[in-house]
Design a protein around this ligand. Structure first.
Ligand code: ZN
Ligand code: ZN
Length: 238
């Protein structure tokens, strides 16, 4: 009796499991592919993935239970390095010769003063006179410094706008984000690089530490479901 009950149950589980991933690997299916991955792959699963090998010197083939996945080695390494910079980099800043007055509303000035640490991490420093009258409390004294990028008041205004929505939450102006994305691109494993088992394992494990693992900072997909082995016809059918 027990075997009779067990067998159909196992069949059913397998069929359900096979249907977790249905999206095609194609640009027009990107959003459905991504939502399937988000729903079915939790961060701890990456550690359990078995590395089967490298494909075309650009992709890692990994196996989890019955499912095979293809992972873009550059895109996923790039996203890991990008998020690391977003979190941890304090941008160097350069002092202005003369402190610069800012044309801020009283409300925006208050937002800036409440979040000076976030501005400092982005390379902006201010001279603050709490006793001055509203709209005259803050002067810009340092700007972010980087070889290929220049920053200015527009970036401060963008940060104030972001912080008015989520005060105290670490954020970056979009131009800093772009700078980190291009740095991350240059420092990440390139397509065309042969990888050994340990390097592939490391990239896949790192995916479990990425907050938003499904796209690189330029929007390119990092991983797709290839096939469920349970869906392949077994050889004893023939
Ligand atoms: Zn890149
Ligand atoms: Zn990219």
């Amino acid at each position: 009796l027990i075997t009779n009950v067990k067998k159909p149950h196992r069949e059913k589980t397998r069929a359900v499991e096979a249907r977790l991933f249905r999206a095609k690997i194609a640009p027009e299916s990107n959003s459905s592919a991504e939502s399937e991955l988000r729903k079915n792959i939790s961060k701890d699963m990456f550690k359990r993935m078995e590395i089967l090998g490298q494909f075309n010197l650009g992709f890692i083939i990994a196996k989890l239970d019955n499912d095979l996945f293809i992972i873009d080695q550059h895109a996923s390494d790039e996203k890991y390095n990008f998020e690391d910079q977003q979190r941890n980099t304090t941008i160097r800043s350069q002092r202005l010769i003369v402190p610069q007055k800012l044309e801020l509303t009283a409300a925006n000035e208050a937002i800036l003063m409440d979040n000076v640490d976030i501005f400092r991490k982005n390379g902006f420093e201010f001279e603050i006179d709490a006793n001055a009258e509203a709209m005259r409390k803050v002067k810009l004294v340092s700007l972010p410094m980087s070889k290929n990028w220049t920053f200015g008041v527009g970036d401060i205004e963008e940060l104030i706008f972001m912080l008015s929505d989520s005060p105290g939450i670490m954020c970056r102006p979009s131009r800093v984000r772009k700078m980190f994305a291009s740095r991350a691109c240059r420092m990440s494993i390139m397509v065309g690089t042969a990888l050994d088992q340990a390097q592939m394992k490391k990239i896949v494990c790192h995916m479990g530490e990425i907050q938003h693992p499904w796209n690189c900072p330029h929007g390119r997909p990092t991983m797709r479901h290839l096939v469920n082995l349970g869906m392949l016809p077994s050889s004893d059918c023939h």
